[in-house]
Design a protein around this ligand. Structure first.
Ligand code: DX5
Ligand code: ZN
Length: 389
């Protein structure tokens, strides 16, 4: 399946390299520091190399040769570099014996141990990266949000009235996007009191859609003020990164966009494992057939009837064939429509077979009860039947 959105390079992989490089750099600095602390040994190393380099020189005297041999055998405990009376560099013993030396040879020879040391440090850095750096994106999410990994299953998807329906029921889902965003708690209560069944919570990341709404911290706060079922619509890239924080925030249903999913089956599994119901949403240009393989494994299919990103857009009636196809093929499916739904457009959606109706601008109105009742009445008339108390 091709997707419109390219997966981002996992940030945790970049982090691994940063940790590895930092470990290398720190190790290198530490080793150089140790070497410079032990400068006497460094000078001695130069001295021994210098002694080796002059051993074959014809100008060296017999006593100088003895001195060099003594350095090499370790019998001379301290040798040093010094400047002779004529200004040349010499190797000098504690008792004042000198042999001429050249630093060019010995200092070049030092590259071999330095390269060896560097390679060893790179190996140590890679080992640190492999064993101690964060392993994967989901692990990062869990760490960042201290998620419990489970949502409390006290709230249920269903008619708030308690009415029983033979098949699927009408579920009216006011979209919080149209609420007074500075008074989410009060506005949520207002629509629930007006007869809404669940709250539709739109999460937008400014990347999958060109708008930002809110994230898990806001939902978590709202959870403290509302017992409503949170029907959460994630218009986000990398939906897998949101599973743990949304479960932790108290989300009940996690609906992701198939266009943003890298591994749909894995997402479904992980969302369920986190204790949430699963929905899949498709944008207007996405063929409905894309969801067929997953219908048995999910709790809801959301057909977008506007391009996702903003409330208050016009209802796209030409999406209704998708709804109709789904209803014919999956009579018991929870089929949700979202975007531009109102008492003026609901009949088309209900006739096509939609039973779960998202409506933002049409429900956050003065007569919220009137609007919600009108939406439900249409679904009962054309889709679900009347139901019984
Ligand atoms: C759009 C959102 C909708 C939106 C609907 O991207 O997913 O839930 O709030 O708003 P209305 O009902 O005003 O079109
Ligand atoms: Zn929505």
């Amino acid at each position: 399946m091709t997707t419109e959105y390219q997966p981002l390079v996992a940030q945790s992989d970049n982090k691994k390299w940063v940790v590895g490089a930092a470990a290398c750099a720190a190790g290198f600095v530490a080793m150089m520091g140790l070497l410079s602390l032990d400068s006497n040994n460094t000078v001695q190393l130069y001295a021994v190399r210098a002694a080796q380099s002059v051993r074959a020189a014809p100008a060296v005297t017999a006593s100088q040769r003895q001195f060099v041999a003594a350095v090499q055998s370790g019998k001379v405990s301290k040798v040093d570099l010094a400047v002779a009376a004529d200004g040349s560099m010499v190797l000098q013993s504690a008792d004042g014996q000198q042999v001429p030396v050249s630093l060019a040879g010995p200092s070049q020879n030092l590259w071999a141990p330095v390269l060896l040391m560097g390679s060893a440090l790179v190996a140590v850095g890679l080992a640190v990266k492999h064993f101690f750096a964060p392993a994967s994106a989901p692990a990062r999410s869990v760490a960042m949000f201290s998620a419990t990994g489970t949502a409390t299953p006290t709230r249920t998807w269903g008619p708030a009235s308690g009415k029983k329906y033979k098949g699927v029921a009408p579920i009216i889902c006011p979209s919080l996007l149209a609420a007074d965003l500075a008074n989410l708690a009060a506005d949520s209560k207002r629509v629930m009191d007006a007869g809404a069944d669940v709250l539709h919570v739109d999460v937008m990341d400014g990347h999958f859609v060109p708008n930002l709404s809110w994230g898990a911290p806001v939902i978590k706060c709202l959870r403290q003020h509302s017992d409503a079922f949170f029907d959460t619509h994630l218009m986000v890239s990398n939906p897998e990164d949101f599973i743990a924080p949304m479960a932790d925030a108290g989300v009940d249903q996690f609906t992701f966009h198939i266009e943003a999913a890298k591994d749909v089956n894995q997402l479904i599994k992980d969302i369920k494992a986190a204790g949430m119901k699963v929905g899949i949403s498709i944008k207007p240009k996405t063929p409905v057939e894309w969801v067929f393989p997953y219908m048995e494994d999910i709790d809801l299919i959301l057909i977008m009837t506007v391009e996702p990103g903003f409330g208050g857009q016009s209802f796209m009636e030409d999406m209704m064939p998708k709804v109709q196809t789904l209803r014919e093929k999956f009579p018991d499916a929870e089929i949700q429509v979202d975007g531009g739904l109102s008492p003026a457009t609901i009949d088309a959606a209900a006739k096509a077979g939609a039973n779960a109706i998202v409506a933002g601008s049409a429900t956050f109105v003065e007569d919220a009860k009137g609007a919600i009742d009108a939406l439900r009445a249409s679904v009962e008339e054309y889709c679900t039947g009347p139901g019984e108390e």
